[in-house]
Design a protein around this ligand. Sequence first.
Ligand SMILES: C[S@@+](CC[C@H](N)C(=O)[O-])C[C@H]1O[C@@H](n2cnc3c(N)ncnc32)[C@H](O)[C@@H]1O
Length: 306
Amino acid sequence: MFLIINRLTDRYLHFRWGLHVIVQVKNSMFEGEYAEILNILKDERNFDFYAYNPGMLERRIQNRIIRSGANSPKNYIELLKTDPAEPTHLIENFMINVSRFFRDPLSFEFLAKLLPPASFSAKLKRGDRSFRIWSAGCSHGEEPYSVAILLKEWMQHEKLALNVELFATDYDAIALAKARLGVFPADSIVDMKHGLVERYFRQNANGFFEVAPEIKAMVQFSEYDLLDHNSYVPSDSIFGEFDLVLCRNVLIYFNKEYQEFIFAKLHRALAIQGMLVLGESEIPVAQFGKKFRCECEHCKIYEKEQ
Ligand SMILES: C[S@@+](CC[C@H](N)C(=O)[O-])C[C@H]1O[C@@H](n2cnc3c(N)ncnc32)[C@H](O)[C@@H]1O
Protein backbone atom coordinates (compact mmCIF):
# COMPACT_ATOMS: atom_id res chain seq x y z
CA MET A 1 0.00 0.00 0.00
CA PHE A 2 1.70 3.17 -1.16
CA LEU A 3 -0.76 5.59 0.34
CA ILE A 4 0.16 7.31 3.56
CA ILE A 5 -1.55 10.12 5.35
CA ASN A 6 1.25 12.31 6.60
CA ARG A 7 0.11 15.88 6.48
CA LEU A 8 -2.77 17.96 7.71
CA THR A 9 -3.60 21.18 6.00
CA ASP A 10 -6.26 23.64 6.98
CA ARG A 11 -8.25 24.64 3.96
CA TYR A 12 -10.65 27.52 4.29
CA LEU A 13 -13.46 27.13 1.84
CA HIS A 14 -15.29 30.38 1.35
CA PHE A 15 -18.70 30.75 -0.20
CA ARG A 16 -19.63 34.04 -1.79
CA TRP A 17 -23.04 33.73 -0.19
CA GLY A 18 -21.65 34.53 3.23
CA LEU A 19 -21.41 31.20 4.95
CA HIS A 20 -17.81 30.41 5.77
CA VAL A 21 -17.20 26.75 6.00
CA ILE A 22 -13.91 25.71 7.46
CA VAL A 23 -12.95 22.28 6.39
CA GLN A 24 -9.88 20.55 7.63
CA VAL A 25 -8.77 18.73 4.60
CA LYS A 26 -6.49 15.82 5.26
CA ASN A 27 -4.11 15.88 2.35
CA SER A 28 -3.82 12.26 1.48
CA MET A 29 -0.27 12.15 0.31
CA PHE A 30 0.87 9.56 -2.15
CA GLU A 31 4.45 8.47 -2.00
CA GLY A 32 7.07 8.33 -4.71
CA GLU A 33 5.93 7.64 -8.25
CA TYR A 34 2.23 7.90 -7.50
CA ALA A 35 2.75 11.32 -5.92
CA GLU A 36 4.63 12.34 -9.04
CA ILE A 37 1.79 11.15 -11.28
CA LEU A 38 -0.80 13.16 -9.35
CA ASN A 39 1.44 16.20 -9.19
CA ILE A 40 1.83 16.17 -12.98
CA LEU A 41 -1.97 16.31 -13.24
CA LYS A 42 -2.13 19.09 -10.66
CA ASP A 43 0.50 21.17 -12.49
CA GLU A 44 -0.72 20.54 -16.03
CA ARG A 45 -4.47 20.36 -15.60
CA ASN A 46 -5.04 21.91 -12.17
CA PHE A 47 -6.63 18.61 -11.14
CA ASP A 48 -7.47 18.86 -7.43
CA PHE A 49 -6.81 15.25 -6.50
CA TYR A 50 -6.90 15.98 -2.76
CA ALA A 51 -10.69 16.01 -2.99
CA TYR A 52 -11.06 12.48 -4.28
CA ASN A 53 -11.28 9.16 -2.56
CA PRO A 54 -7.64 7.94 -2.35
CA GLY A 55 -8.58 4.28 -2.84
CA MET A 56 -10.43 5.15 -6.04
CA LEU A 57 -7.46 7.19 -7.38
CA GLU A 58 -5.09 4.36 -6.56
CA ARG A 59 -7.16 1.77 -8.41
CA ARG A 60 -7.67 4.00 -11.44
CA ILE A 61 -3.97 4.86 -11.78
CA GLN A 62 -3.11 1.16 -11.67
CA ASN A 63 -5.78 0.47 -14.25
CA ARG A 64 -4.45 3.18 -16.57
CA ILE A 65 -0.84 1.99 -16.18
CA ILE A 66 -1.93 -1.41 -17.48
CA ARG A 67 -4.29 -0.16 -20.20
CA SER A 68 -1.77 2.34 -21.58
CA GLY A 69 0.77 -0.45 -22.02
CA ALA A 70 3.31 1.34 -19.79
CA ASN A 71 3.23 -1.57 -17.32
CA SER A 72 5.17 0.20 -14.56
CA PRO A 73 4.68 3.51 -12.71
CA LYS A 74 8.13 4.65 -13.87
CA ASN A 75 7.31 4.08 -17.57
CA TYR A 76 3.91 5.64 -17.07
CA ILE A 77 5.43 8.89 -15.75
CA GLU A 78 7.48 9.04 -18.92
CA LEU A 79 4.33 8.56 -20.97
CA LEU A 80 2.50 11.30 -19.02
CA LYS A 81 5.34 13.71 -19.70
CA THR A 82 5.76 12.91 -23.38
CA ASP A 83 2.23 12.22 -24.66
CA PRO A 84 0.07 15.38 -24.33
CA ALA A 85 -3.10 13.25 -24.59
CA GLU A 86 -2.25 10.99 -21.64
CA PRO A 87 -3.13 13.40 -18.77
CA THR A 88 -6.59 13.68 -20.35
CA HIS A 89 -6.90 9.88 -20.58
CA LEU A 90 -5.97 9.50 -16.92
CA ILE A 91 -8.42 12.18 -15.74
CA GLU A 92 -11.14 10.58 -17.87
CA ASN A 93 -10.30 7.30 -16.17
CA PHE A 94 -10.95 8.93 -12.78
CA MET A 95 -14.27 10.44 -13.87
CA ILE A 96 -16.63 7.60 -14.43
CA ASN A 97 -19.52 8.86 -16.56
CA VAL A 98 -21.50 5.63 -16.42
CA SER A 99 -25.23 6.29 -16.28
CA ARG A 100 -28.53 4.94 -17.60
CA PHE A 101 -32.07 6.18 -18.06
CA PHE A 102 -34.15 5.41 -14.95
CA ARG A 103 -31.04 3.99 -13.26
CA ASP A 104 -32.24 2.14 -10.13
CA PRO A 105 -35.83 1.92 -11.45
CA LEU A 106 -37.23 1.40 -7.94
CA SER A 107 -36.02 4.89 -6.94
CA PHE A 108 -37.77 6.46 -9.91
CA GLU A 109 -40.97 4.52 -9.20
CA PHE A 110 -40.93 5.70 -5.61
CA LEU A 111 -40.08 9.24 -6.65
CA ALA A 112 -43.13 9.25 -8.95
CA LYS A 113 -45.30 8.18 -6.00
CA LEU A 114 -43.91 10.98 -3.81
CA LEU A 115 -44.68 13.76 -6.30
CA PRO A 116 -45.13 16.58 -5.67
CA PRO A 117 -42.62 17.48 -2.96
CA ALA A 118 -44.25 19.34 -0.06
CA SER A 119 -42.16 22.44 -0.83
CA PHE A 120 -43.80 22.64 -4.24
CA SER A 121 -47.35 22.00 -2.95
CA ALA A 122 -46.93 24.96 -0.59
CA LYS A 123 -45.87 27.19 -3.51
CA LEU A 124 -48.72 25.99 -5.69
CA LYS A 125 -51.22 27.08 -3.03
CA ARG A 126 -49.76 30.58 -3.35
CA GLY A 127 -50.22 30.44 -7.12
CA ASP A 128 -46.51 29.88 -7.82
CA ARG A 129 -46.27 27.11 -10.45
CA SER A 130 -42.47 26.93 -10.68
CA PHE A 131 -41.15 23.44 -10.02
CA ARG A 132 -37.38 23.79 -9.53
CA ILE A 133 -35.06 20.81 -10.01
CA TRP A 134 -31.29 20.33 -10.03
CA SER A 135 -29.54 17.21 -11.33
CA ALA A 136 -25.96 17.60 -10.02
CA GLY A 137 -23.37 15.40 -11.75
CA CYS A 138 -25.69 14.57 -14.65
CA SER A 139 -23.11 12.89 -16.91
CA HIS A 140 -24.55 12.48 -20.44
CA GLY A 141 -28.02 13.60 -19.38
CA GLU A 142 -29.69 10.23 -18.75
CA GLU A 143 -30.74 11.30 -15.24
CA PRO A 144 -32.27 14.75 -15.98
CA TYR A 145 -33.99 13.42 -19.11
CA SER A 146 -35.46 10.60 -16.98
CA VAL A 147 -36.76 13.18 -14.50
CA ALA A 148 -38.21 15.23 -17.37
CA ILE A 149 -40.04 12.13 -18.67
CA LEU A 150 -41.31 11.31 -15.20
CA LEU A 151 -42.61 14.86 -14.73
CA LYS A 152 -44.20 14.94 -18.17
CA GLU A 153 -46.09 11.73 -17.41
CA TRP A 154 -47.14 13.02 -13.99
CA MET A 155 -48.31 16.40 -15.30
CA GLN A 156 -50.32 14.72 -18.05
CA HIS A 157 -51.91 12.31 -15.58
CA GLU A 158 -52.77 15.08 -13.11
CA LYS A 159 -53.69 17.53 -15.89
CA LEU A 160 -51.26 20.08 -14.49
CA ALA A 161 -49.53 22.85 -16.43
CA LEU A 162 -46.41 23.69 -14.47
CA ASN A 163 -43.41 25.85 -15.03
CA VAL A 164 -40.66 23.21 -14.82
CA GLU A 165 -37.16 24.63 -14.28
CA LEU A 166 -34.82 21.66 -14.64
CA PHE A 167 -31.10 22.45 -14.37
CA ALA A 168 -28.59 19.72 -15.13
CA THR A 169 -24.91 20.21 -14.42
CA ASP A 170 -21.60 18.41 -14.64
CA TYR A 171 -18.04 19.66 -14.72
CA ASP A 172 -17.20 17.47 -17.70
CA ALA A 173 -17.76 19.59 -20.82
CA ILE A 174 -17.53 16.58 -23.16
CA ALA A 175 -20.23 14.69 -21.26
CA LEU A 176 -22.43 17.80 -21.40
CA ALA A 177 -21.99 18.14 -25.16
CA LYS A 178 -23.26 14.56 -25.53
CA ALA A 179 -26.11 15.33 -23.14
CA ARG A 180 -27.25 18.30 -25.24
CA LEU A 181 -27.20 16.11 -28.34
CA GLY A 182 -29.62 13.70 -26.68
CA VAL A 183 -28.69 10.62 -28.70
CA PHE A 184 -28.07 7.40 -26.78
CA PRO A 185 -27.02 3.79 -27.41
CA ALA A 186 -29.55 1.02 -26.81
CA ASP A 187 -27.94 -0.15 -23.56
CA SER A 188 -28.72 3.17 -21.87
CA ILE A 189 -32.47 2.50 -22.01
CA VAL A 190 -32.51 -1.09 -20.72
CA ASP A 191 -34.11 -0.07 -17.40
CA MET A 192 -37.01 1.72 -19.11
CA LYS A 193 -40.56 0.60 -19.64
CA HIS A 194 -41.34 -0.12 -23.27
CA GLY A 195 -44.24 2.36 -23.39
CA LEU A 196 -42.04 5.24 -22.24
CA VAL A 197 -39.38 4.43 -24.84
CA GLU A 198 -42.06 4.46 -27.53
CA ARG A 199 -43.47 7.80 -26.37
CA TYR A 200 -40.27 9.71 -25.73
CA PHE A 201 -37.61 8.34 -28.11
CA ARG A 202 -37.10 7.92 -31.82
CA GLN A 203 -34.72 5.25 -33.05
CA ASN A 204 -32.46 6.58 -35.80
CA ALA A 205 -31.02 4.75 -38.80
CA ASN A 206 -27.90 3.77 -36.80
CA GLY A 207 -29.96 2.13 -34.07
CA PHE A 208 -29.39 4.96 -31.56
CA PHE A 209 -32.24 6.44 -29.53
CA GLU A 210 -32.97 10.17 -29.80
CA VAL A 211 -34.77 11.94 -26.98
CA ALA A 212 -38.02 13.63 -28.06
CA PRO A 213 -37.68 17.42 -28.61
CA GLU A 214 -40.37 18.16 -25.98
CA ILE A 215 -38.22 16.37 -23.35
CA LYS A 216 -34.98 17.99 -24.53
CA ALA A 217 -36.60 21.40 -24.24
CA MET A 218 -37.32 20.82 -20.54
CA VAL A 219 -33.63 20.51 -19.52
CA GLN A 220 -31.03 23.30 -19.26
CA PHE A 221 -27.48 21.93 -19.22
CA SER A 222 -24.50 23.86 -17.90
CA GLU A 223 -20.99 23.33 -16.63
CA TYR A 224 -20.68 23.43 -12.88
CA ASP A 225 -17.96 22.12 -10.57
CA LEU A 226 -19.38 20.87 -7.29
CA LEU A 227 -16.04 21.77 -5.70
CA ASP A 228 -16.43 25.42 -6.69
CA HIS A 229 -15.85 27.48 -3.58
CA ASN A 230 -17.54 30.61 -4.85
CA SER A 231 -21.10 29.50 -5.38
CA TYR A 232 -23.58 27.04 -3.98
CA VAL A 233 -25.74 26.62 -7.10
CA PRO A 234 -25.07 26.82 -10.86
CA SER A 235 -25.14 30.43 -12.02
CA ASP A 236 -27.92 29.99 -14.59
CA SER A 237 -30.28 28.75 -11.87
CA ILE A 238 -29.66 32.17 -10.23
CA PHE A 239 -30.79 31.02 -6.78
CA GLY A 240 -31.44 27.73 -4.99
CA GLU A 241 -34.84 26.96 -3.44
CA PHE A 242 -34.98 23.69 -5.37
CA ASP A 243 -37.97 21.42 -4.85
CA LEU A 244 -35.97 18.41 -5.99
CA VAL A 245 -32.22 17.79 -6.07
CA LEU A 246 -30.64 14.65 -7.48
CA CYS A 247 -26.98 14.00 -6.76
CA ARG A 248 -26.59 10.32 -7.45
CA ASN A 249 -23.40 8.30 -7.66
CA VAL A 250 -21.24 11.39 -7.34
CA LEU A 251 -20.46 11.66 -3.61
CA ILE A 252 -18.85 8.21 -3.63
CA TYR A 253 -15.90 9.57 -5.63
CA PHE A 254 -14.91 12.09 -2.98
CA ASN A 255 -13.13 11.79 0.34
CA LYS A 256 -15.04 12.41 3.57
CA GLU A 257 -14.16 16.09 3.89
CA TYR A 258 -15.27 16.92 0.37
CA GLN A 259 -18.41 14.82 0.72
CA GLU A 260 -19.25 17.16 3.60
CA PHE A 261 -18.41 20.19 1.48
CA ILE A 262 -20.65 19.05 -1.39
CA PHE A 263 -23.42 17.95 0.92
CA ALA A 264 -23.47 21.40 2.56
CA LYS A 265 -24.14 22.81 -0.90
CA LEU A 266 -26.95 20.37 -1.65
CA HIS A 267 -28.57 21.13 1.70
CA ARG A 268 -28.31 24.86 1.15
CA ALA A 269 -29.68 24.57 -2.42
CA LEU A 270 -32.85 22.74 -1.36
CA ALA A 271 -36.04 24.47 -0.26
CA ILE A 272 -37.47 23.39 3.11
CA GLN A 273 -39.50 20.21 2.44
CA GLY A 274 -37.74 19.77 -0.88
CA MET A 275 -36.61 16.26 -1.82
CA LEU A 276 -33.09 14.95 -2.19
CA VAL A 277 -32.26 11.79 -4.15
CA LEU A 278 -28.86 10.11 -3.65
CA GLY A 279 -27.25 7.08 -5.30
CA GLU A 280 -27.86 3.50 -4.24
CA SER A 281 -24.82 3.33 -1.95
CA GLU A 282 -24.94 6.91 -0.62
CA ILE A 283 -26.50 8.43 2.50
CA PRO A 284 -26.56 11.98 3.92
CA VAL A 285 -23.26 12.80 5.63
CA ALA A 286 -23.46 12.44 9.41
CA GLN A 287 -23.65 16.12 10.36
CA PHE A 288 -26.71 16.63 8.13
CA GLY A 289 -28.47 13.40 9.13
CA LYS A 290 -30.91 15.14 11.48
CA LYS A 291 -31.85 17.78 8.92
CA PHE A 292 -33.38 15.18 6.57
CA ARG A 293 -36.25 12.74 6.94
CA CYS A 294 -35.81 9.48 5.08
CA GLU A 295 -38.72 8.85 2.71
CA CYS A 296 -37.43 5.51 1.48
CA GLU A 297 -34.29 3.82 2.74
CA HIS A 298 -33.78 1.56 -0.28
CA CYS A 299 -34.45 4.34 -2.76
CA LYS A 300 -32.28 6.93 -0.98
CA ILE A 301 -34.94 9.64 -1.10
CA TYR A 302 -34.95 12.26 1.67
CA GLU A 303 -36.97 15.33 2.61
CA LYS A 304 -35.20 18.41 3.97
CA GLU A 305 -36.73 19.22 7.35
CA GLN A 306 -34.49 22.07 8.49
C1 LIG B 1 -21.18 8.05 -12.23
S1 LIG B 1 -21.64 9.60 -12.93
C2 LIG B 1 -23.27 9.77 -12.23
C3 LIG B 1 -24.30 10.13 -13.28
C4 LIG B 1 -25.73 10.14 -12.78
N1 LIG B 1 -25.89 11.06 -11.68
C5 LIG B 1 -26.17 8.75 -12.38
O1 LIG B 1 -26.30 8.46 -11.19
O2 LIG B 1 -26.35 7.91 -13.26
C6 LIG B 1 -20.68 10.76 -11.95
C7 LIG B 1 -20.63 12.14 -12.59
O3 LIG B 1 -20.09 13.05 -11.64
C8 LIG B 1 -19.35 14.01 -12.38
N2 LIG B 1 -18.41 14.72 -11.49
C9 LIG B 1 -17.28 14.25 -10.92
N3 LIG B 1 -16.67 15.23 -10.21
C10 LIG B 1 -17.45 16.33 -10.34
C11 LIG B 1 -17.37 17.67 -9.85
N4 LIG B 1 -16.34 18.05 -9.09
N5 LIG B 1 -18.35 18.54 -10.17
C12 LIG B 1 -19.40 18.15 -10.95
N6 LIG B 1 -19.54 16.91 -11.46
C13 LIG B 1 -18.58 16.01 -11.16
C14 LIG B 1 -18.64 13.17 -13.42
O4 LIG B 1 -18.20 13.98 -14.51
C15 LIG B 1 -19.75 12.19 -13.81
O5 LIG B 1 -20.48 12.65 -14.92
